[in-house]
Design a protein around this ligand. Sequence first.
Ligand SMILES: [Zn+2]
Length: 252
Amino acid sequence: MNTSHCNNCETEFEGNYCFNCGQKVLANSKLAFSNIVKDFFDNTFNIHKGFFFTFWNLIIQPSKVVKSYIQGKRKTYTNPTRYLVIALAALATMQYWAQMNEVINNDNFEGFPFLSEELNNSARLWDLRLLTDWTLLGNLLEALVLPLGFYWLFRKLKYNYSELLILSFYLISNSIFITILLVGLPKFVISYYTPTFFVFGMILVYYAYALFNFFKEISLLRRLIFIIFGLIIFFLIRFLLIPLILAVLFPI
Ligand SMILES: [Zn+2]
């Protein structure tokens, strides 16, 4: 095994990692099957960097996890984009195994009284599509839309959109894991249908708790009102405006 130069970028080694590209000295040894197994788990579930540690900390102190990342402490918890990808993959798996879509299909979409029935129906179908067959698009849109209201309401705190996007990625991901635990798991294991309003309520409580801690520099009452407003803005855009725009652009 050649331990003097990195096989990836030819830089001379100092210590256990290449200081130029980050590759391990160990990568210079002959490839073994165990490397592939370890790589698979590292890259898909990110277990070595504490996926479960990140999940748990996002439940008990979400604000701390998000702020660590924003403030540049980026190796302690699973990276937010990777965390979202893991959540989306887990959701796709669970939807396939537990047929979670059956549960969601009972959801009702009210629509706008001032719009034609045709447009309302199309919007309703788009709303369902984003919750079931097109969850990847649905969740990405949710993640992008969630920061908007909060960016505007809490502008005094000078967070930029990207920083709030980190908050959004972590929260949306954990709402996916909460859905999997509350809907997918009971359906898969004991064929129990968890009521949608209960899951929705739990996610709402989780969001409110996380946001309440995240914006703690703002006085209590103001913060409460802003969070309620921010969540209303989010739900209006995500569940009414986006399905409507999609219905106008691509009628079903
Ligand atoms: Zn290197």
